[in-house]
Design a protein around this ligand. Structure first.
Ligand code: AMP
Length: 216
């Protein structure tokens, strides 16, 4: 049976960073629907053009589009052992569709680490975030500045600010999170697979907590 881990939590809580660390530690692929959309935007695909309209406004891409894209991704052979899910599911409809997709493969979500943080911290983090163009490495103007401004420490590529990482869009994204995604907390709690973890701590400490939850 494959292992599917869903990292749940508000935008800016560190899901992307943690999902990458965790996936590497336990040898699973990292699936970020946000990254998949951004890749499509970069390649100017039809899906990219459609999704960009929603993403730039801090809105969610429609469920049918997102679920279709995810279904295709999960059917690839590198997901045979499972995956660390980052940013999916984000609505109850997506969670239900995900359950059906996994069910058809004889699988289910194994565990849901739910990373928490206050709105104040989230807005601070989101609006100072810089992302590397080549590999998506993440920096922060206050909490994790790169050695050289505008350049990724890890691969030397340019750092850019995502269109959806401004203060206004950050607030909008948090509102959308409360309305559309936070019902998933109860959804997974009822299934007995949700475990809360404090997100307001250093990256390494949080990674350690998440790994402990997953190993249990
Ligand atoms: P992220 O990189 O996970 O913060 O996602 C960036 C943006 O992509 C979000 O604000 C949404 O507009 C869109 N997006 C990513 N994942 C989903 C999803 N599961 N459902 C709908 N929209 C999504």
């Amino acid at each position: 049976m494959a292992t599917y881990i869903v990292l749940l939590g508000p935008p800016g809580v560190g899901k992307g960073t943690q999902a990458k660390i965790l996936a590497k530690q336990i040898g699973l692929v990292h699936i970020s629907t946000g990254d998949l959309f951004r890749e499509n935007i970069k390649n100017q695909t039809e899906l990219g053009q459609l999704s960009q309209r929603y993403i730039n406004k801090g809105q969610l891409v429609p469920d049918d589009v997102t679920i279709g894209m995810l279904k295709e991704r999960i059917s690839r052979s590198d997901c045979e052992l499972g995956a660390v899910m980052d940013g999916f599911p984000r609505t109850l409809k997506q969670a239900e569709a995900f359950k059906i997709i996994l069910d058809s493969m004889g699988d289910d979500v194994s565990i849901v680490p739910y990373i928490k943080a206050s709105d104040k911290v989230l807005i601070e983090r989101l609006s100072g975030r810089w992302t590397c163009r080549k590999n998506g490495h993440i920096f922060h103007s206050v909490f994790k500045p790169p050695q050289e401004e505008g350049i990724c420490d890890k691969d030397g590529s340019e750092l850019y600010q995502r269109d959806d990482d401004t203060v206004e869009t950050a607030k909008k994204r948090l509102k959308v999170y409360v309305e559309r995604t936070s019902p998933l907390i109860a959804y997974y709690k009822n299934q007995g697979i949700l475990v809360e973890v404090q997100g307001e701590q250093a990256i390494e400490a949080l990674a350690k907590d998440i790994l402990a939850i997953v190993k249990k």
